[in-house]
Ligand binder design. Sequence first.
Ligand code: OOG
Ligand code: NI
Length: 470
Amino acid sequence: MIATPRFVSPDEIRVAFSRAMSDMYRREVPQYGTLSDLVAEVNAAVLRADPAMADRLRQSDQLDRISDERHGAIRLGTAAELATMRRLFAVMGMRPVGYYDLSEAGIPVHSTAFRPVTDAALRRNPFRVFTSLLRLELIDDPELRDEAERTLAARDIFTPMLRTLIRRHETQGGLGEDEASRFVREALETFRWHGRATVDRATYDRLHDAHRLIADVVSFPGPHINHLTPRTLDIDKVQQEMPRRGIAPKAVVEGPPRRQCPILLRQTSFKALEESVRFVDAGGEEHPGTHTARFGEIEQRGVALTPDGRELYDKLLIQARETIRPNPDGSNAAEYARALESVFAEFPDDWETLRRDGLAYFRYRQVADGDDRSAADDLSGAGDEASVNDRIVGGKIVADPITYEDFLPVSAAGIFQSNLGDKTRDVARTPNQDAFERDLGVAVADPFEIYASLERESLESITRDGGPAR
Ligand code: OOG
Ligand code: NI
């Protein structure tokens, strides 16, 4: 007799939610559909032209996840919303990882990324949501701040049923099949677009004048998903093709330059759309207007860097940006790309050097060689560095780059800015991770620790079974 599992696995709920979000965003923002189709075409062409890459992705179980892979972003208004959002994402096995301070870039939010963290969960589906919390304390005008606070306090971004299901997940330890599908439907209500504002026109304008982002967070009944980002295997190609499909990309690709061995994350977006909304006056009467918030983005993911690798990346990025700053209108895009490439020449660009120099994280696996007992015997003590290196040279162990699953603060700032009309206000640079974690209700996980433990686990599983570390 086969026992039916009582609960749906969090991974399966996440898969269902990620698909449902994508279907919804295709309906809400048709350009996202066009972009997703373009990304799928380019990815298929890259894999056809580069069978070695296809093979490598297949061997490390990443091929299937690529076309299904995406991230989204939301912006929340209150500490209570952030804390409940953490519990909502926990239903789908997504944990808060990393702290991002955007005040540094003149944007009054700080953020984390909710994402799966275990090897098995990442392989199944690495869906992530960049989640920002508005920092009302950075609004100067006290009256406006009060009004924003009141407006936010009056809304509930979660349906009563969603709250019930989140609690049930916590007390039961999971959700059954019907509960899980209901959860996905109810959660979509939080993330969907609401065209009817909660404020009148004049209030919207004042919030907008204080900061466009504040108007976006405060004026609506929910934290509409503001973009969904498919993963491409060749971002330059997609960037180039976008105008041909009627999509206007932002001027430059954020992040590292194009390389043989991709590192971290490269991203580009298309401009936010002007959408019609209805403002509501004190008498409840609706007045038509527009709001610009939702956009599209694509990304290319490379290897996760160690603290040393990241330090080198940050140093070189600063160096490149000291030479030349990308103009928002794209007028120096080619020069910027050249400067970036020449500065990054210092960053080793082959997998073996990246690994030996301890700049990037790798997942080790034994080459499947059937019943060759001697190969398995050989692997006792494979955990130490010298022996791993020997076995790599001998072709017995392969080191696959571990994909970077997180975000980059400078890139995120560039993405925010290109959608806020490239205009930033004076916002004091005030990172405050403690306050963020207090509001969240837990400490955020350290991304480096997660990558290091994935690497360690892969080594340990080689040592343990002497079998393929997969
Ligand atoms: C989030 C922008 C950051 C990324 O990919 O770096 C981001 C936002 O605009 O809310 O999504
Ligand atoms: Ni994004």
